[in-house]
Each structure stands twice: as structure tokens, then as C-alpha cells.
Design a protein around this ligand. Structure first.
Ligand SMILES: NC(=O)c1ccc[n+]([C@@H]2O[C@H](COP(=O)([O-])OP(=O)(O)OC[C@H]3O[C@@H](n4cnc5c(N)ncnc54)[C@H](O)[C@@H]3O)[C@@H](O)[C@H]2O)c1
Ligand SMILES: O=C(O)CC[C@@H](O)C(=O)O
Length: 529
């Protein structure tokens, strides 16, 4: 009986998420509000973890997560997950990049209006019985310039809504193409021009080394006198002390933050500053968005745990549930070929090339490349998998080349893995029989036809009569049963290779005796998953 994957939902999430996990064949526990220590004590039993922003998936949590395969963030930002540590441990990290975009864009628009008409303060004072009709003089947004910093999913929705209320939109985003800017109806500008021209500025970038403090004191001082600023993206994009000073001086006429450098923000320097309004990271908090992201994260995690489908992963190539069954045998073949080369190469390898030919070349290559690298690097570390292999390869300075040839060669489908070593380029190639059964068909230039499975022996010898009998006798005398026997040679009487599958691991002593047989040049034990 196969055991069901176990999932923990550790943040408050729409209850439909748990129902989806159950319907898709997972066991699910919903345990929210635990301390880091409690999570560390519990996490070891789970295959999947579904979170929002409260759970911090730190190195320590990951170190305790011995069975964890996937983390799913019901939302966009994954700054609460240590992605490098997850990747190094082979844990896939997914998010739901679109489910809360409209909601967050609407929050930014709401903030623009709240600032323009000082609604929060007017509301508070009216309810306090003041009726302060003369204390508030707002501004119209019609005809004003909105400066958009970051024009991705949310930024572009904000732009469309702002255009709808007759604002003019200028956008700073180094990755925004001129064509897309035209399509969005915005003017693409440099940051300084935006700072100089905008009546309202709204931020919609992730927090990266490039965007951290993008509204620094220096940049805030370049803004138009009377500018109003909105941040519904990430704390850390604005220098909060400088913003406070400029609100006090009146240079900034208003600021609305949904996000803070430190969250939860309990004592921000901005609290109490004039014309400052804030919400406690509510950008994504609508019924619609929370249903969207909860359903999406549950579908994605279940898909991965049950079928191997990968959607919206931040540290692994995507693989749809439809692609997964088709690619599965290719990934097995790719991993076996990588493993074969890894086990048979002693020299250092500065470059590995993966070449797909025929039907294989029509498929998504990224998962096959990741599988080759996982097989190749597993000889060096048994914690390698498809998630961490590309990172490890990069870390170790291994250049990875990908080549595709759609035309068929000798086989209707083929994967070739070549490594550059000090002694030259060496390659192995494999195909799929009946589209599902992986077979090695070429080994360092010699044609063979072998299934790679379990314990195997690789022998290089001089092609001469009597050798097969001698090796069979040696293994028989040592109680080692031969499963399959595959021979290949360059030419009659030349170098030959023998690839044997055996029912048990071959002891070192037997390998040595095999090595001492006449004509034998090399003997190696191999193992395949
Ligand atoms: N407040 C909330 O509750 C809430 C909800 C959802 C998303 N967010 C945050 O909103 C932000 C935007 O989300 P999104 O879905 O639009 O992301 P996105 O990836 O679709 O868009 C981000 C945009 O920022 C641009 N960018 C990157 N570096 C830049 C730089 N140096 N200068 C200018 N632009 C740069 C990118 O090119 C991209 O177009 C993220 O930080 C996300 O975490 C907050
Ligand atoms: O889950 C939330 O409430 C916040 C989500 C938001 O910050 C995100 O990045 O998606």
C-alpha cells in the first residue's frame, strides 16, 4: 500500500485548500500560529508545507524538515522562505503569482484615493464628533501624473485602473519593453524623470538588492514638492526615517504604506507623522484573492506530490501535469545517463553537454537537464536531486550546455550526455524503447544496448576468445548471479566493453579478481536507482 503524502497548512488559509488536498489524495493537517520551535518539532513528518507570510521557513526549519519535498506560498512574495537553503536541500518552492494581483492593485488605488482626500483622518475626526469640514482640502487625481515603479503583474493592473480615472501614468521598470509600455498606455521613463514628474508614486517591485531603498533620502528629495507616495509592495523599498522627515517638512504631502521594513510594525518612525496612513499588510486580503491563492497553492502542491507536475516553482523548471507523464521516462533516462557518466568519470569535468535528438528534442528540455545533472552529481553527494542539482553545478563551476536536433538520427528519440575531461570529450547516449523503457545505446563511442538498473559491472577488455567464460566462472564461483549481459566492441579484436547486471553488489575482492583476468583493462561496479 502506498502511503499518502502528508501536508501541513501552517498559516491561516481559505478552508477549501484543505479540502483540495484531501480530494487529491493527501493527508492534511491545519495547525496555525505555532512558534518556530513548535514548527521545527513538527515539520519532520510532512512532505508538503503550505504557507502565507506568517510562517518563516528558515534554515533551521528546513534542517528539521527531513521529508519535505515542496513548499507552497499562497501569495507572491517568498521573502519568508530561505530559498537558497530549500534549493540546497532539494525542496521545491512554489508561489501563486497571479491570484492576488487584482486585489493588491485595488488596494494601491484605494490608498491613492485615501491620500488624495485624507479619508482616514476625516473619518476618525468626524466620528469623534468634530465635524471638521474646513480642516480638509483634497486634490483631484484626474489629470495628475502617477509614477509607477515596477510595471509587472500588479503594476500593470494599477496602471490600467489609474488610466481609467484619467491619470497620466509614467513607469520606471528596466525590464519593461517599449512595446509593452505602449500596450499598457504608459510612458516608460528613467527613475529620475519619474521622481521629478510624478504627483503620486506607487511601488510595485520585489525587494531585491537593486530595489532596496529605491526611495532613499536622496531620491525622495528629488521628488516634486507635494508628492504623495504609496507602497503596497514590500517594506524596505523606502527609507522610512527619510519619509517621516519629509512628511513633517511637508515636502511629501502624504504617504500610504501597507508594508513595512519590519513586520509586524509595532513602533514605526512613521506612526503619527502628518498625512501618513497605513494598513497592516492587507494588500492581498480580500475574500476573492484568498480563495484564489489557497485553491491555487493546494492544486499546485498536490499536483507535485501526487503526479510530479511542477507549476510556478521558483527553484525548478515548470512541468505541467500533462507533460509530467510524457517526460517521466525521459527524466529517468536522463538521470541514468548522467549517473553513468558521473560514475565512470574520475577526472574533473569543467563542462557537461546535453543533446536531445528526434522526439526528445520536441520536449521541455529543462527537466531533462536537471535530471542529467542530478544523476551526474549524485556520485559526489547523495543529497542531490533535480531541484538542487542546477545550483550545485553552478556552485562547482560546471558549465552546462544544451543542444537540440529535431531531426531523427539512428533512433527516433535520443539523449546524449557528453563531458569534457582532461583526457578529452566522452559521451553516452540512450533512447526509449516503446517510448517508455530507457536503454543505453552508446557508451564512450561503442554501440551497446543495455538496461541500466540496480547493481551492474562495467568491464573494458581486449576482445579475445574465452573472456566471457572466464568472467562468468569468476562471478559464479563467488555466488553472484548475472541478470543481463551486454557486449559491445570498437572492432573485432579491439577494445570491448561488457556491461553486466548482477543480482547483488559485487564485493571489492571480486572486482580485483576480475581486474586480474587476462586482457582486462578496467573493472568498475555501478549502481542505478
Ligand atoms: N501588499 C501585499 O499584500 C502584496 C500582495 C501581493 C504582492 N505584493 C508584492 O508586490 C510586488 C509586485 O508584485 P508583482 O506580482 O507585480 O510582481 P512582478 O514580478 O509581476 O512585477 C515586478 C516588477 O518589478 C520590476 N522590477 C524588478 N526590478 C526592478 C527595479 N530595480 N526597478 C524597477 N522595477 C523593477 C520587474 O521588471 C517587474 O516588472 C512584490 O514585491 C510582491 O511581493 C504585495
Ligand atoms: O498573504 C498575505 O496576506 C500577503 C501576500 C503578499 O504579501 C504577497 O506577496 O503575495
Amino acid at each position: 500500500m502506498t502511503t499518502k503524502p502528508k501536508v501541513l497548512i501552517s498559516d491561516k488559509m481559505d478552508p477549501n485548500a484543505a479540502r483540495i488536498f484531501e480530494a487529491r489524495g493527501c493527508d492534511v493537517d491545519v495547525i496555525t500560529g505555532e512558534t518556530p520551535e513548535q514548527l521545527i518539532a513538527r515539520i519532520g513528518e510532512y512532505d508538503g508545507l503550505a504557507i502565507r507570510s506568517s510562517t518563516k521557513v528558515t534554515k533551521e526549519v528546513l534542517a528539521a524538515a527531513k521529508n519535505l519535498k515542496v513548499i507552497g506560498r499562497a501569495g507572491i512574495g517568498v521573502d519568508n522562505v530561505d530559498i537558497p537553503a530549500a534549493s540546497a536541500q532539494g525542496v521545491v518552492v512554489m508561489n501563486t503569482p497571479f491570484g492576488n494581483s487584482i486585489t493588491t492593485a485595488e488596494h494601491a488605488i484605494a490608498m491613492i484615493f485615501a491620500l488624495a482626500r485624507q479619508i482616514p483622518e476625516a473619518n476618525a475626526r468626524t466620528q469623534a464628533g468634530e465635524w471638521p469640514k474646513n480642516a480638509f482640502m483634497g486634490v483631484e487625481v484626474t489629470g495628475k501624473t502617477l509614477g509607477l515603479i515596477g510595471a509587472g503583474n500588479i503594476g500593470s493592473i494599477v496602471a490600467s485602473r489609474a488610466l481609467g480615472v484619467k491619470m497620466k501614468v509614467v513607469a520606471f521598470d528596466p525590464f519593461l519593453t517599449p512595446e509593452r509600455a505602449v500596450e499598457m498606455g504608459v510612458e516608460k521613463v528613467e527613475l529620475d524623470a519619474l521622481l521629478e514628474r510624478a504627483d503620486f508614486i506607487t511601488l510595485h517591485t520585489p525587494l531585491t538588492d537593486q530595489t532596496r531603498n529605491i526611495l532613499s533620502r536622496e531620491n525622495l528629495l528629488k521628488t516634486k514638492n507635494g508628492v504623495r507616495i504609496v507602497n503596497c509592495a514590500r517594506g524596505g523599498l523606502i527609507d522610512e526615517d527619510a519619509l517621516k522627515d519629509l512628511l513633517v517638512s511637508g515636502h511629501v504631502a502624504g504617504a500610504a504604506l501597507d508594508v513595512f521594513k519590519t513586520e509586524p510594525a509595532k513602533d514605526s518612525p512613521l506612526f503619527g507623522a502628518p498625512n501618513f496612513i497605513c494598513t497592516p499588510h492587507l494588500g492581498a486580503s480580500t475574500t476573492e484573492a484568498q480563495v484564489n491563492v489557497a485553491l491555487q497553492v493546494a492544486e499546485q502542491l498536490a499536483d507535485y506530490l501526487v503526479n510530479g507536475g511542477v507549476t510556478n516553482a521558483l527553484n525548478m523548471p515548470s512541468l505541467s501535469a500533462e507533460e509530467a507523464p510524457k517526460l517521466k521516462p525521459y527524466m529517468k533516462l536522463a538521470e541514468q545517463l548522467g549517473s553513468m557518466v558521473g560514475q565512470l568519470t574520475r577526472d574533473s569535468v569543467p563542462r557537461i553537454s546535453i543533446h536531445t535528438e528526434g522526439a526528445a528534442a520536441e520536449l521541455n528540455m529543462k527537466p531533462m537537464v536537471a535530471a542529467v545533472l542530478a544523476g551526474f552529481l549524485r556520485v559526489q553527494s547523495d543529497t542531490v536531486n533535480m531541484v538542487n542539482a542546477p545550483y550545485l553545478a553552478k556552485e562547482r563551476g560546471l558549465e552546462v550546455r544544451e543542444v537540440k536536433t529535431e531531426r531523427e538520427g539512428d533512433y527516433h528519440t535520443l539523449i546524449r550526455v557528453s563531458v569534457k575531461t582532461e583526457s578529452g570529450e566522452r559521451s553516452v547516449a540512450g533512447t526509449l524503447f516503446n517510448n517508455v523503457e530507457p536503454r543505453l545505446v552508446e557508451l564512450f563511442g561503442i554501440k551497446v544496448e543495455a538496461e541500466l538498473a540496480g547493481h551492474m559491472m562495467y568491464i573494458v577488455n581486449e576482445d579475445a576468445p574465452g573472456f566471457i567464460g572466464r568472467i562468468g566462472t569468476l562471478l559464479g564461483e563467488n555466488g553472484i548471479n548475472i541478470g543481463t549481459f551486454n557486449l559491445g566492441r570498437r572492432e573485432a579484436g579491439g577494445e570491448a566493453v561488457l556491461l553486466l547486471s548482477v543480482d547483488s553488489a559485487v564485493p571489492e575482492t571480486v572486482l580485483k579478481q576480475a581486474c586480474a583476468l587476462p586482457g582486462v583493462k578496467l573493472v568498475k561496479a555501478l549502481a542505478f536507482a
